[in-house]
Design a protein around this ligand. Structure first.
Ligand code: SF4
Length: 654
C-alpha cells in the first residue's frame, strides 16, 4: 500500500479457470492515466483482442474505483465499469454512485477485472484478503434488489454488492449493472457482458485503509467546497424553473449558466428538477425526437411535476462522500412499495418520448427497470421508436402480440417493457435496443431510429445545445450525455484554471444563433469538456460536483494533495487527452470507423423541425466533428489519431 490515494494493485479473475492473479501497477501508470476509466483504458487497450466478441470469453470486464475515492475529497464515490460494448462494438463504459466505489479500494485494489466465462453462475466474494468464486445458481433469475438483499443477508450488511438483474442474464444489449439496491451503471450494455460471463455479482467486504499523501490539505479543500454546496436559497415552487424554461425558449438570446444554479435545483428536487423546465426550452426530445414542446406542453409534463414527485419522497440520500445528496427514495402503491426517485432521464425517456402522461407508471417502470437491470434511456427510446413504427404501419398488432402501441398508451408501454425484460415475443427483438431491432424488422423501420453508433442518446437535444450533438457523435462511447455540451462548458468554468480556453462568464448574454456555428472556439470548448471529464472519471468524481465549477470543486488541487504530485491544470488536461486518445485508438484497433458513430439525422435537425423550441435549427455536425478531431490531433477527415499525436502522448500505435 502507498500513501498516494491509489492502491497500486489490480485483481485479474479468470472465470474460465477459476483463477485469481494480482498485478502491481507502477506509479507512472497512475501519473499518465489516473485511475477509473483511465486505468481501465490503459489495461484493456490490448488485453481485449482485435475482433473480440463482446459477449465472448475474450472480452475483459473491469470494475474500477476512482483515484480520489476514499481520500477525503468530496463527490468522489463514482465507480466505473468498462469493456468492449456489445451495444456499439466500441469502447464501453458506464458509471454509478452509491457506496460501491470505496469498497473496491478497501479490498486493496484500484480495479477488479474479469476474463473468460464461467460454466455455471458464480459471484465473486472478497472478505478481507480472502477471494472466492461462489455458486450463484440460487440467485440466477432473481432481480437486482432481491439478489443484493440475499447476498447481504448471507455476508452481512457491510458487504457492498454490484449485480446484474434478469436483463443482463438474458444478454439484453441495453442492460446495465446495479448497486445500492436499484442504482445502475446503465449505459453501453455492459450488464450483458457480465451475464455472458455468468457472473451474477461482486460482493466486497474489505477493510484496507486508503491513504492520501496530504490528508490535511485534502480536507481543507473539501471544507471550502462544502461551503458552496450548502449555499441554498429557496428557488420557490417547481413552476419557477418551468417558466424560466419557457422564457429561455422565446428569448432570441441565451445566457451562460453558472452551475451553482443547477446545484440549487439538484438539492431541491434532484435531476427531476428539469422534468418540466427542459421540455419547455427544447432540451428534452419528445415523441421519438419528432415532437417538441408544442406536443408536450406544461399541462402534459405536469405528470412529472418535480413538486409532485417530491411529495412522495420519504427520504433523501447522498452517495459516498457527497455533500449534495440529489438522491431520494419515494413511496408508491402497487406491486412495489418504494423506488429511487426517478431521474430526469428516466422520466423523459418513459414519459415525453413515448407521450406517456401517467405518473404512477413512471414510478413503476423506474422500479421495474432498475430491478431488471435495464437502461431506462434505451428502453424508453426503443419503445418510442416502436410506437412510431406502429403509427407508420410498419409494426401491426400481429407483430406486437396484440399490443396497441398508440402514442401515450400507458398499458401497452408497461406490457411492452415487461416483454423486453422477459424477452417474450416482440420484446425479444426490442431487448437489444432500437438499432438491432430495426435490423431484424427491416421494412424501412431504420428510418425512425435515433442512435449514435447503436446507442440511443440521452434526453438532451443537440438541436437545442449542439455541444450534446457533437459529443454523442465523437465520443469513443457514442451516444453519451455525461461528457460535454455548451452548457457543461459554461458550468465547468475551466478557463479559470486552464490557460488558452475561451471565457464564457456566468450569466453572459449571447445570441442563440452563435450556438449553431462551427467555430474554433466551440471546438476548443468541446475538446476541453472531453479532456476534463476523463480527469473527472479517472478521479472517480461525480459530474454534478464538477458542475459547480473547477475553482469551487477543486479537482486538480485535490489530485495534487491526494497524490503528492505537483501537476498543473494543463498537465491534467493532457492526461485527459491521453485517455481520450487511447479510447479512440481502442476503437480503431477494433475496426470501428469513427464516422459511423454519427447521430441520426432527425436528432441533428436534418430536416429542421417545423415548430417548437428547436424550429428551423440544424447542427452543422460534419464540420463540428472534424473540428473536434482536429483539436485532439486526430485526422479531421477520419477521426483516427495520427502517429505524431500518439507518439506525443507516449502511446504506441500498434
Ligand atoms: S450529486 Fe447526486 S449523484 Fe452525484 S455524488 Fe451526490 S448524490 Fe450522488
Amino acid at each position: 500500500m502507498n500513501n498516494r490515494g491509489y492502491m497500486g494493485r489490480i485483481l485479474m479473475v479468470d472465470l474460465s479457470k477459476g483463477e485469481f492473479r494480482e498485478e502491481t501497477i507502477p506509479d507512472e501508470v497512475f501519473e499518465k492515466f489516473l485511475s477509473g476509466t483511465g486505468l481501465a483504458a490503459y489495461l484493456l487497450y490490448d488485453r481485449i483482442p482485435v475482433g473480440a466478441d463482446p459477449l465472448g470469453p475474450e472480452n475483459v470486464l473491469g470494475f474500477v474505483s476512482g483515484l480520489l475515492t476514499g481520500t477525503g475529497s468530496l463527490f468522489s464515490g463514482r465507480w466505473m465499469v468498462a469493456g468492449k460494448s456489445p451495444l456499439t462494438g466500441t469502447w464501453g463504459d458506464a458509471n454509478c454512485g452509491g457506496s460501491f466505489s470505496p469498497a473496491i479500494k478497501r479490498c486493496g485494489y484500484d480495479g477488479i477485472f474479469f476474463t473468460g466465462m464461467s460454466e455455471k453462475p458464480v459471484y465473486l466474494y472478497i472478505k478481507d484478503q480472502k477471494l472466492k468464486l461462489m455458486d450463484a445458481s440460487h440467485l440466477w433469475g432473481r432481480d437486482a434488489i432481491e439478489t443484493e438483499e440475499m447476498l447481504q443477508e448471507e455476508h452481512g450488511p457491510g458487504a457492498r454488492v454490484a449485480v446484474i438483474g434478469p436483463a443482463g442474464e438474458r444478454l439484453s444489449l441495453i442492460s446495465g449493472i446495479c448497486n445500492d439496491k436499484g442504482r445502475i451503471a446503465a449505459r453501453s450494455g455492459l450488464g450483458a457482458v457480465m451475464g455472458s460471463k455468468r457472473l451474477k455479482a461482486l460482493v466486497l467486504d474489505g477493510k484496507k485503509r486508503i491513504t492520501p499523501y496530504d490528508r490535511e490539505t485534502v480536507h481543507k479543500l473539501s471544507r471550502k467546497c462544502n461551503r458552496w454546496v450548502r449555499f441554498q436559497p429557496l428557488l420557490g415552487p417547481s413552476i419557477v424553473p418551468a417558466l424560466i424554461g419557457a422564457l429561455l425558449r422565446v428569448l432570441p438570446t441565451a445566457m451562460a449558466m453558472d452551475g451553482v444554479v443547477y446545484k440549487i435545483i439538484l438539492r431541491q428536487w434532484g435531476t427531476g428538477g428539469l422534468n418540466q423546465m427542459s421540455p419547455e426550452w427544447g432540451d428534452s426530445p419528445v415523441k421519438n425526437w419528432k415532437g417538441s414542446n408544442v406536443d408536450w406542453p406544461l399541462k402534459k409534463s405536469k405528470s412529472a411535476d418535480p413538486d409532485l414527485v417530491n411529495k412522495s419522497e420519504f427520504i433523501k440520500y447522498h452517495c459516498y462522500s457527497c455533500p449534495l445528496g440529489c438522491g431520494g427514495k419515494c413511496s408508491m402503491t402497487g406491486k412495489y412499495s418504494e423506488t429511487h426517485k426517478p431521474e430526469y432521464e428516466s422520466v423523459l425517456a418513459l414519459g415525453g418520448l413515448c407521450m406517456n402522461e401517467d405518473t404512477d407508471s413512471l414510478f413503476y417502470l423506474n422500479e421495474l427497470l432498475n430491478r431488471a437491470g435495464m437502461d431506462t434511456i434505451s428502453a424508453g427510446a426503443t419503445v418510442a421508436w416502436a410506437m412510431e413504427c406502429f403509427e407508420q404501419g410498419i409494426l401491426t398488432l400481429d407483430d406486437t402480440d396484440g399490443l396497441d402501441l398508440t402514442w401515450g398508451n400507458t398499458r401497452a408501454i408497461v406490457a411492452l417493457i415487461h416483454k423486453m425484460i422477459n424477452r417474450e415475443g416482440i420484446g425479444d427483438i426490442l431487448a437489444d435496443g432500437s438499432r438491432a431491432a430495426a435490423e431484424k424488422i427491416g421494412r424501412g423501420s431504420g428510418k425512425y431510429t435515433v442512435h449514435a453508433g447503436g446507442q440511443e442518446p440521452a434526453m438532451h437535444d443537440g438541436r437545442q445545445d449542439p455541444g450534446f450533438a457533437v459529443h454523442y457523435c465523437v465520443e469513443p462511447t457514442p451516444g453519451r450525455h455525461t461528457i460535454g455540451s455548451q452548457l457543461y462548458y459554461e458550468m465547468f468554468q475551466l478557463w479559470k484554471k486552464v490557460r488558452g480556453l475561451p471565457k464564457k462568464l456566468p450569466f453572459q448574454i449571447y445570441h442563440k444563433n452563435s450556438k449553431y456555428r462551427a467555430t474554433e472556439k466551440h471546438a476548443l470548448e468541446t475538446a476541453a469538456c472531453s479532456k476534463y471529464m476523463n480527469v473527472i472519471n479517472g478521479a472517480g468524481l461525480c459530474m454534478f460536483g464538477a458542475f459547480l465549477g473547477v475553482t469551487r470543486t477543486p479537482t486538480f488541487d485535490w489530485l495534487n494533495a491526494a497524490t503528492g504530485w505537483n501537476k498543473t491544470p494543463e498537465e491534467y488536461m493532457e492526461i485527459g487527452k491521453r485517455i481520450q486518445t487511447l479510447k479512440q485508438a481502442f476503437n480503431i484497433r477494433q475496426g470501428i470507423d469513427p464516422r459511423a458513430n454519427r447521430l441520426s439525422d432527425r436528432a441533428l435537425g436534418i430536416p429542421p423541425q417545423a415548430q417548437g423550441a428547436n424550429k428551423g435549427r440544424t447542427v452543422p455536425i460534419e464540420k463540428m466533428m472534424e473540428d473536434y478531431w482536429g483539436q485532439f490531433g486526430w485526422d479531421p477527415a477520419t477521426g483516427k489519431p495520427t502517429g505524431e499525436t500518439l507518439a506525443g502522448l507516449g502511446l504506441s500505435a500498434e
